[in-house]
Design a protein around this ligand. Sequence first.
Ligand SMILES: [Zn+2]
Ligand SMILES: [Zn+2]
Length: 265
Amino acid sequence: MSFKLQILGTASAMPISERNSSAQVLDVHGRLFLIDCGEGTQKRLRQMHLSMLRIEAVFISHIHGDHVFGLFGLLSTMAMYNRQQTLHIFGPEALRSILNFYLSFFGEGSNYEIEFHEVKAKSLEEIYDNGKVKVSAFPLKHKIECYGYRFDELLSERQLLKRSPSSYAYCSDTMAFPQLADYVRGVKLLYHESTYTLEMEQKASQFFHSTTKDAATCALQAGVEKLIIGHYSSRIRDISVFEKECRDFFPNSVAADDCDVFEID
Ligand SMILES: [Zn+2]
Ligand SMILES: [Zn+2]
């Protein structure tokens, strides 16, 4: 039994030599959930020995290129592998027309269905349940419509006697706002973007992003067990600066790197 998070990309607006754009895979007992799909996701999946055919659903936070440019190549490769299983894709309304555009040019010969589910959560709202995990979406505060996703493991009454359910929340591009801590309350692992360090605070509010302090404060207020951060500004190459700043507010913070794996128990 596993509930683990694999980090495929931790760059912000553009990929750099040692970092890909945003993408993560949550493995829930062998069933894979892809969260955002920046450029280079396919290659990272291969590097990390994650089968793209085992991806059950994709959750896209928003339609900025660094979160979605990898999706089209991935869909195409799935078709080349003769995927048969329906792929569920969740995301904001704008993703529907982008998918339709993609399919109109590149969809021929594909043997699997893409089922698009429009997300328009106004608060924490359940969007998916496969019996093993329940997924909820919640609104973020970014330049454009943007959502975070929360994954709560579902356990039988018998399993609950032995352990507590695992949980993970993904806070993609966002500026800080008070309700966010409620949406991610009590999760075992929280990912929160931290594009900027404290001295770049002004840029964070200008571009609707978060600082290290914003991420750590959210983790503290939400009472999570552990915080991981990413989506680093390319101006800062040494990410230990981000980690150190977060730890001043929330000690159990880790600056995630591409290809890191976090077990959530
Ligand atoms: Zn971004
Ligand atoms: Zn963005």
